[in-house]
Design a protein around this ligand. Structure first.
Ligand code: IDP
Ligand code: MG
Length: 163
């Protein structure tokens, strides 16, 4: 059994603009992962440059940061056993044209002929990235991880007695 993990998911500006936030979260929840925290953010360049530091210097870096800065992003903290690999698998391949049908990018994304792939979702790719990225987007003081308990089952309904 894999360990309990937390991963950062971002619904990118294209996903928010296309009203796909609910659809994306619904796929993650339907798989069985738990939503621990969620917020809508308008990220600035400093946050985005730190988030995408590994891509600095690549030809798509500036278009990527411009795109991510172009509108609100929904950041989510998602928990579950092996959640990091599991959510990546739900996302599908980076290129939405190649992403398999059945995945978020494969079903909902496409090539729009732009310098950056608008592929709806970001998800952390390792334990190291998830702790780094969760600290960037949620901050250790701002939002300590909370474990949600399932609500207790409703009390049994008593059959109505007729007199
Ligand atoms: P990932 O989001 O699947 O982890 P990364 O390689 O980390 O993919 O790239 C970060 C983001 O940069 C991608 O999600 C996509 O939006 C964009 N991107 C990556 N590679 C390219 C490319 O070759 N051309 C245009 N945009 C790209
Ligand atoms: Mg990546």
């Amino acid at each position: 059994m894999a360990g309990l993990e937390e991963t950062l998911v971002l619904v990118k500006p294209d996903g928010v603009a296309r009203n796909l936030t609910g659809e994306i979260l619904s796929r993650i929840e339907a798989k069985g992962y738990q939503l621990v925290d969620i917020r809508m953010v308008e990220p600035n360049r400093d946050l985005l440059s730190a988030h995408y530091a590994e891509h600095e210097g690549k030809p798509f870096f500036d278009p990527l940061v411009n795109f991510m800065e172009s509108g609100p992003v929904v950041a989510m903290r998602i928990a579950g056993h092996a959640a990091i690999a599991g959510v990546r698998s739900l996302c599908g391949a980076t290129d939405p044209t190649a992403a398999a049908p059945g995945t978020i990018r494969g079903d909902l994304g496409r090539d729009w002929g732009l310098a950056v792939q608008q592929n709806l979702i970001h998800a952390s790719d390792s334990l190291e990235s998830s702790s780094r990225e969760l600290a960037l987007w949620f901050g250790p003081l701002l939002s300590p991880p909370r474990r949600r308990r399932l609500p207790p089952p409703p009390p049994p309904t008593r059959p109505r007695t007729t007199r």
